[in-house]
Design a protein around this ligand. Structure first.
Ligand code: B12
Ligand code: SF4
Ligand code: SF4
Length: 351
């Protein structure tokens, strides 16, 4: 153990010889602080080089403020049938239970706002912008894996894991703690420079890094997202009842969509962007730079009739590497039938 620590320190100091020293933030800057700052900067620079839009760091610790909020959310059954959300309560609140000796959480944001949007007229079937291209889990995982390798090659024997929705981690909370934005009243993370159309991932490392601090909340008196939500899923500012969200009904729910929300989906058949589309901060959205998120030509030309007549072959081919695969063909058919004739009885989905 002592050997590993010495090796890491030796690697760090060796690397430092090639770097410009950061300006000390206090007069009492120690060598350890200096190393932490330099390592943090190296990681952030590499994250940007890999194509992430923002990267920030926080200390791996117990999420004290979030614990009662998560508990209330679960006790109120706001996770509906997303049973995975009720699992690993303790781990979800403490990254040190996920990675041995965890010291830091490195959060990254990856923009997915498309250059060209699919038609969103009142009669068009709509899919969320996050699902236009390749499933973000693949894209973020590849980039985060490269970032982790870089950390291990450059800094030394660093233990850590990559996370993209793959384990019980509260992505938005960590990104907010790292100063990458604030959690808005629609409960998504917002960034002042690019709105909210981005994904979040993280590395949890056993490496001590220099933490960034949170920023303030810029929602002010605005309530546009709350007012626009067709199913009243934003039950109070900052709180979304997951079990009432169109995204839940169209993606997560495996059964028939309940009759009480008939006529409320505004033609969304996979996910829902309404609360983000109305948000004034999304005026700052700019097109992503990730080719994997581009729309395929086939999807670009998909008409309402194509959605209504979609076969297993077309579904499998078109959504081979897409997040839309999560609903399976039966899920998409259920959703299309639900928005097309909201009075029709729609069958249960299994699997
Ligand atoms: C479960 C889940 C869902 C559920 C539940 C949504 C939800 N808000 O929790 C459903 C299926 C509905 C959903 C929908 C969507 N999701 Co989702 N989802 C998740 C997931 C897996 C977990 C989120 C979670 O922990 N929820 C539990 C509750 C307790 O957490 P919370 O909403 O953050 O709750 C906080 C607030 O309620 C707040 N709070 C409570 N009381 C109070 C009181 C006060 C005073 C204050 C200030 C705060 C406060 O504190 C709580 C804890 O921090 C994350 C990935 C991850 N692992 O983090 C993605 C994630 C949040 N989803 C994401 C996306 C993109 C979406 C959609 C936009 C997709 C779409 N277009 O359809 C929608 C947006 C809907 C919405 N308005 O939230 C992104 C968000 C990116 C971003 N910019 O923030 C994430 C981070 C995935 C990712 N890795 O990129 N999602
Ligand atoms: S995604 Fe749609 S249904 Fe869900 S909270 Fe936002 S506006 Fe409401
Ligand atoms: S619409 Fe308004 S209240 Fe909602 S997240 Fe955006 S700024 Fe905040």
């Amino acid at each position: 153990m002592l050997f590993l620590c010495l090796k890491r320190f030796a690697n760090q100091t060796r690397y430092l010889c090639f770097l410009q020293a950061p300006k000390p933030t206090t007069n009492a800057m120690t060598t350890a602080d200096f190393v932490r700052q330099n390592n943090s900067q190296l990681i952030k620079n590499k994250a940007i080089e890999l194509g992430f839009d923002f990267c920030g760091i926080s200390k791996a610790d117990f999420l004290e403020v979030e614990a009662p909020r998560l508990e209330n959310w679960l006790n109120g059954q706001q996770h509906g049938q997303m049973h995975y959300m009720a699992n690993h309560f303790d781990k979800r609140l403490d990254p040190r239970l996920l990675v041995e000796n965890a010291k830091s959480v490195v959060s990254v944001l990856l923009n997915y706002y498309p250059e060209k949007r699919l038609p969103e007229g009142p009669d068009d079937y709509k899919i969320s912008k996050y699902a236009y291209g390749t499933d973000y889990h693949f894209v973020l995982k590849d980039k985060l894996q490269d970032l982790l390798w870089y950390v291990q090659e450059t800094i030394g024997e660093v233990g850590g894991r990559i996370f993209v929705d793959s384990a019980p981690v509260m992505d938005k909370v960590w990104a907010a703690k790292s100063g990458l934005g604030w959690v808005g009243k629609h409960s998504n993370l917002l960034n002042r420079e690019m709105g909210s159309f981005f994904f979040i991932g993280e590395l949890i490392l056993d490496l001590d890094l220099w933490p960034d601090g949170p920023i303030k909340d810029y929602c002010g008196t605005c309530t546009r997202c709350i007012d626009a939500c067709p199913t009243d899923a934003i039950t109070s500012p900052y709180v979304v009842d997951g079990s009432r969200c169109i995204s839940y009904f169209t993606i997560e729910l495996k059964e028939a969509i309940p009759a009480e929300v008939k006529g409320q989906f505004e033609n969304w058949i996979f996910g829902c962007d309404i609360c983000q589309d109305v948000c004034p901060w999304n005026r700052f959205s700019r097109p992503h730079r990730t080719p994997e998120f581009n729309l395929s030509t086939d999807l670009e030309q998909f008409s309402n009739t194509d959605w209504e007549e979609i076969t297993q072959e077309v579904f499998a081919e078109l959504f081979r590497r897409s997040a839309i695969k999560r609903t399976k063909l039966e899920g998409i058919k259920r959703n299309v039938a639900f928005v097309k004739s909201p009075t029709e009885v729609v069958q249960n989905i299994t699997g």
